[in-house]
Design a protein around this ligand. Structure first.
Ligand SMILES: [Zn+2]
Length: 395
């Protein structure tokens, strides 16, 4: 079974690439998935050079001039020497090298260019970290970024945040139900409206209906009950809103297709990371009931369509329960096609895994469900004792 450990650029700088790679090899993993482009964050890092690590939006390699010449959107400069010699250091240890790339989550670019960020039904550009996948400049940026990472000589480009994302307000004392939060996050920028209209959706009617429902809750109406499903959303907000939400899959599918082709043209291959599983179980490892594969449409991800376009998928299997993790992998394979590669991303420690046995049970479960690989998230965020569970799980 293939495997890898997610590693941040800061991990390599802090501890030294050689030592990190030796440890990963010692865990029995087949590769490393190194953060080539990452988003800003402030993380507790148990064995890092600093115990609280501030990450910045940035590309951790020198930008190829030809790819970004004349482009409005260029990734901020990060730790540009991260990949120097890394390919060879991996090869001498028999490790694969994958390039982990965060595409549309970038608060630095969003702050510099608010017009490329998502805009909600009220006209607010309230999500400056979320670049809209329908904006032509964002799409061009994504393709160039994918090419640049592929040129690092990586075995695959692991694409995170290459789809729409959910609402994340830092403070809210309005009791939104899941459907209210979903409606509040829908993008109604000119490009999203235009693409939906091209598909025959009454996009302006969808925006008005969305705004009417959310405004009601903001003004004191009771929040929606129950999870987001197409049927429940139709009953709550009407068919135009559902048609609008479904039209977003064309925007994402066509973008992923362009990115996958660009990666292949540079001699690498795309792994599409669907964040739905993280949205459902990130906080406590207790995901909401619907399987991630069945809810991916909410973020514009059409797994059946992508199955024809993308060679490999990563499922963020953030759950405590081994059976749930296996169920998620099984549902993915049924959606993308049995011949596609599905990788299960597992968290070896808190909040998903409380023991080596539990982690091992998950690895056995996803293997039995047909997963091609397991990836462990993430080196710098887990303590060394937790990382030591990996070799037991991979036996
Ligand atoms: Zn948009």
């Amino acid at each position: 079974m293939d495997s890898s450990v997610f590693v941040f650029a800061e991990d390599l700088h802090g501890e030294g690439a050689e030592r990190v790679l030796d440890r990963v090899r010692g865990y029995g993993a087949a590769g490393v998935t190194v953060g080539a482009v990452h988003h800003a964050s402030r993380d507790v890092t148990p064995h890092g050079l600093s115990k609280l690590t501030t990450r910045h939006d940035g590309a951790h390699f020198p930008l190829p001039a030809d790819l970004f010449a004349g482009q409005r959107l260029r990734p901020p400069v990060g730790l540009t020497e991260t990949f120097d010699g890394l390919r060879d250091a991996c090869r001498t240890r028999g490790l694969k090298l994958h390039g982990w790339t965060v595409f549309l989550r970038n608060g630095t670019l969003g702050a510099e260019h608010p017009d490329v960020t998502v805009r909600n039904c009220f006209g607010d550009r309230g999500h400056p970290i979320d670049l809209c996948p329908a904006h032509p400049d964002v799409r061009q940026y994504a393709v160039s970024l994918a090419r640049a990472v592929a040129r690092l000589g990586v075995d695959s480009v692991v694409a995170e945040s290459l789809h729409y994302r959910p609402l994340r307000a830092e403070r809210s004392f309005v009791p939104f139900g899941p459907m209210d939060a979903y409606l509040m996050a829908l993008c109604f920028c000119d490009y999203c409206l235009g693409r939906a209209a091209d598909l025959g959706v009454n996009a302006e009617a969808a925006r008005e209906e969305c705004a009417r429902v959310v405004a009601g809750v903001l003004a004191g109406d009771p929040p929606a009950q129950g999870e987001v499903t197409r049927a429940a959303l139709t009953a709550y907000a009407g068919p135009e809103v559902v048609a609008y939400a479904r039209a977003r899959t064309e925007t994402v599918t066509s973008l992923v297709s362009e990115v996958a082709q660009a990666v292949a043209a540079e001699g690498s291959r795309l792994v599409f990371v669907d964040s739905t599983g993280a949205v459902k179980g990130y906080r406590d490892g207790l995901p909401t009931p619907g399987l991630a594969a069945h809810d991916a449409w909410q973020f514009g991800v059409d797994l059946v369509a992508l199955g024809d376009l993308v060679p490999s998928f990563a499922v963020l299997a953030y759950a405590r329960d081994a059976a749930r993790v296996a169920d998620d992998v099984g549902a993915y394979l049924r959606s993308v096609g049995k011949d596609r590669e599905v990788r299960a991303v597992l968290r070896p420690g808190y909040p998903d895994s409380d023991s080596a046995d539990r982690l091992a049970a998950k690895v056995r479960g996803v293997k039995a469900a047909g997963a091609f690989a397991v990836d462990f998230y993430a080196y710098g965020l887990m303590s060394f004792p937790v990382l030591e569970r990996i070799p037991h799980a991979l036996i």
